[in-house]
Write a new protein. Structure first.
Length: 143
């Protein structure tokens, strides 16, 4: 029996590689988003802890230090939010690239499946003809 050969197999392999590469880049971009979100959450925890420390303090220096620290935390939060915005833009771009790669890969995989089904039907026809010829030959040799 003949072996199925898809002429575009090398192209499909390249497309699969590109898709895996794009998925890897998307995962890295999403990891960066997660890291930035964790840093923002850490700032919120630091803010709450600082506020708790100065809550009952009557010392002006403690209150002043807390206010300066809060300003620093606010600045860091703004920087992180800007980084998060940029990271989300990058993630969305990577997501679009992955989607495009998936479309190309899926199209080739469907084409391969169609070609394989055609090949299988053709092989069944060939096998049927061979069996018919064998049966006819068997009947011919009996007579």
């Amino acid at each position: 029996m003949a072996k199925f050969v898809f002429e575009l197999e090398s192209v499909l392999d390249i497309r699969n590689f590109e898709q895996r590469q794009a998925e890897s880049e998307l995962a890295a971009a999403l990891a960066e988003e997660t890291r930035i979100n964790e840093n923002i959450n850490q700032l919120a925890l630091q803010y709450a802890a600082s506020k708790q420390q100065v809550k009952n303090s009557t010392n002006f220096e403690d209150v002043y230090t807390h206010n300066q620290y809060v300003k620093l935390l606010d600045y860091q939060k703004e920087v992180l939010l800007e980084q998060l915005t940029q990271a989300k833009i990058v993630s969305e771009q990577k997501r679009l690239v992955v989607q495009e790669c998936m479309k190309k890969t899926t199209a080739l995989e469907k084409m391969k499946e169609i070609k394989f089904n055609e090949f299988r039907e053709e092989q069944k026809l060939i096998e049927k003809r061979q069996l018919e010829e064998l049966a006819a030959l068997k009947n011919y040799t009996k007579n």
